[in-house]
Design a protein around this ligand. Structure first.
Ligand code: AP5
Ligand code: MG
Length: 213
């Protein structure tokens, strides 16, 4: 099993660039999407997670690790994963290293999506997501053909509850405090590939496809 990690602040385009790598055979694993699915199903984990996500706070490292370990248990040996939003703390990065040692998992690269904060705020404030299939749009940069309706399945488009201005500020703060230290952690291991994610969809997508295709 191999994995590539997507590292970057909220709104840097982790979910968006994942599409380019899924086309190349990667299985997309977003811990954020997994948590939102639990919230939608109103499971006990979902009920707990909703309180944290709506405040812009992380769930515990234990919960994040349980989700990833559960997934790896069912994986095929030749599967290629794209971790989007995991690891997100130094503890999670160290625990991922443990899995690399014990589960024959190879960490190929860490793609760092870099984008200035004012652009992140603009992207998140205009983001819309399909309630049914999770497709992601933007009111200005990637509008749906019909206002409020998903092009793919006609589902209703909504803003994420953690995309309100105050929560976005909190998420950006927590990223700087708890996730940004992973940049040095992976630089020391020689795994970081930086991508200027502030450019157009096409340019970012092209870079990713060329580097990791
Ligand atoms: P998660 O869902 O991963 O949220 P996030 O990290 O805040 O990132 P986003 O999904 O908001 O942004 P993105 O980088 O995917 O950008 P997107 O492609 O959508 O996690 C949510 C929460 O779950 C966390 O806050 C935490 O509470 C919890 N959680 C998750 N994992 C955890 C873990 N491991 N441990 C603990 N807690 C965890 O793009 C954004 C917008 O910009 C879209 O509208 C898009 O159309 C637009 N856009 C993208 N690229 C471009 C471009 N090049 N040009 C113009 N617009 C663009
Ligand atoms: Mg995302």
């Amino acid at each position: 099993m191999t994995t590539v990690v997507l590292l970057g602040p909220p709104g840097s385009g982790k979910g968006t660039v994942s599409e380019a790598l899924v086309e190349k055979g990667f299985s997309h694993v977003s811990t954020g999407d997994m948590l939102r699915e639990q919230i939608r199903l109103k499971t006990p984990l979902g009920v707990e997670a909703k309180k944290r996500l709506d405040q812009g706070k992380f769930v515990s490292d234990d919960i994040a690790m349980q989700m990833i370990e559960g997934l790896l248990e069912d994986a095929d040996v030749d599967q290629k994963f794209l971790f989007d939003g995991f690891p997100r703390t130094l503890v999670q990065a160290e625990k991922l290293d443990e899995l690399i040692r014990t589960k024959n998992l190879i960490l190929e690269a860490v793609i760092l999506l870099e984008c200035p904060n004012d652009q992140l705020v603009e992207r998140l404030s205009g983001r819309q997501t399909c309630e049914q299939c999770g497709a992601v749009y933007h009111l200005s940069y990637k509008p749906s053909a019909v206002d409020g309706i998903c092009d793919q399945d006609g589902g209703e488009l909504k803003s994420r509850t953690d995309d309100v201005a105050e929560t976005v500020r909190k998420r950006l703060e927590i990223y700087t405090e708890r996730t940004a230290p992973l940049i040095d952690y992976y630089l020391e291991k020689g795994l970081i590939h930086s991508v200027d994610a502030s450019r157009s969809f096409e340019k970012v997508r092209h870079d990713i496809a060329v580097k990791f295709g």
